[in-house]
Design a protein around this ligand. Structure first.
Ligand code: KG4
Ligand code: ZN
Length: 333
């Protein structure tokens, strides 16, 4: 019955979770609201706030799980990819805790963590499955052959899907964080109001920078003709942009499913919290006869539960790291 403490601090969420024998008993997420004033995550501020939040988050996670720090068998932490200063706080905390209690340390790749969030609740996907992992920094189609045997078969050649939504939201003058704002307005608008181009990228790779540029010019030209254009058509613009991002993602996923002959299809990462993407994948799955898997909202955006569950599966394989481990801003798998 291993008790794993999971720590996540790769970007602007400080999170701690407790996993007992493969079951998540707590998942505390401290959001950093300070970045809203700057329109995006300020790395220096993020690491300072992690430093303030980490101990209270861990204490709350232990309390919620009704677990004492003496019950912990191993500490799992996000080693990368992410902001180095942010990662340093979680990695240093994990190392200090493990050193103090003489516990093994387990490193987790943040992107693998997002995918392994599918092993928290039922129903769980069967190996091999395809996972579309979409976050603020990454857009990948991953062939998941086993818990830690994963192959990126398609990825963005420029911006990530979340980045495209965040940048669009900024162009529209909406407050940070952008993705959830676009989601909110999109629910009120018509997705066929405006047509944005779908890039022609070969294979399973993605591109979002052309879309971002076309949105910029579209807004500039329309605002020149009508200064109130954005306010008047905000919902329709958001719905149309979201629709294009979703179709770009799902069209590549369709292609990957055929290429790899796989019917278990999963969604992971912060953008999988998006209502349009969740509905789009569910509808496509019904049409194609796929088994689709979408994590609960709290396990889509950054959280330590996914790190703790990944840690549990590494614990079963005795896959530990030493105290010399250091964070990695880039961490391919
Ligand atoms: O995985 P995540 O929490 O952090 C990274 O590892 O990057 O993903 C954050 C991304 C941001 O781009 C954010 O705008 C987007 O996920 N996001 C959403 C929604 N919730 C978060 N995008 C669209 N709709 C949402 N509801
Ligand atoms: Zn993430």
């Amino acid at each position: 019955m291993p008790v794993i403490l999971g720590i996540e601090s790769s970007c602007d969420e400080t999170s701690a979770a407790v996993c007992v024998d493969g079951e998540i008993l707590s998942n505390v997420i401290a959001n950093q609201t300070i970045h809203a004033a700057y329109g995006g995550v300020v790395p220096e501020l993020a690491s300072r706030v992690h430093q303030q939040n980490i101990i209270p988050a861990v204490q709350q996670a232990l309390l919620n799980a009704k677990v004492s720090k003496n019950d912990i068998d191993a500490v799992a932490f996000t080693r990368g990819p992410g902001l180095l200063g942010s990662l340093l706080v979680g990695v240093s905390f994990a190392k200090a805790f493990a050193l103090g209690k003489n516990l093994p340390l387990i490193e987790v790749n943040h992107m693998q963590g997002h995918i392994l969030a599918h092993f928290i609740d039922e129903p769980k996907p069967q190996f091999p499955f395809l996972c579309l992992t979409v976050s603020g920094g990454h857009t990948q189609i991953v062939l998941v052959k086993d818990y830690f045997d994963m192959q990126v078969v398609g990825q963005t050649t420029d911006d990530a899907a979340g980045e495209a939504l965040d940048k669009t939201s900024k162009i529209l003058g909406l407050p940070y964080p952008g993705g959830p704002m676009i989601d909110k307005y999109a629910r009120l608008g018509k997705s066929d109001a405006f047509a944005f181009p779908e890039p022609n990228i070969p294979g399973l790779d993605f591109s979002f920078s052309g879309l971002k540029t076309s949105i910029m010019y579209f807004i500039r030209d329309n605002v020149a003709a009508n200064p109130n254009f954005m306010e008047e058509r905000m919902a329709d613009i958001c719905a149309s942009v979201e629709k294009r991002v979703v179709t770009i993602l799902l069209n590549k996923l369709k292609k990957a499913a055929v290429q790899y002959d796989i019917r278990d299809i999963a969604l992971a990462g912060g953008v999988s919290a998006n209502t349009g993407l969740r509905q789009g994948l569910t509808a496509l799955g019904q049409e194609k006869g796929w088994n689709t898997f979408i994590p609960k909202f709290e396990y889509c955006t950054d959280n330590a539960a996914m790190i703790a569950i990944a840690g549990y599966h590494k614990y079963l394989k005795n896959d530990f790291v030493g105290q010399e481990v250091a964070p990695l801003a880039r961490m391919p798998f």
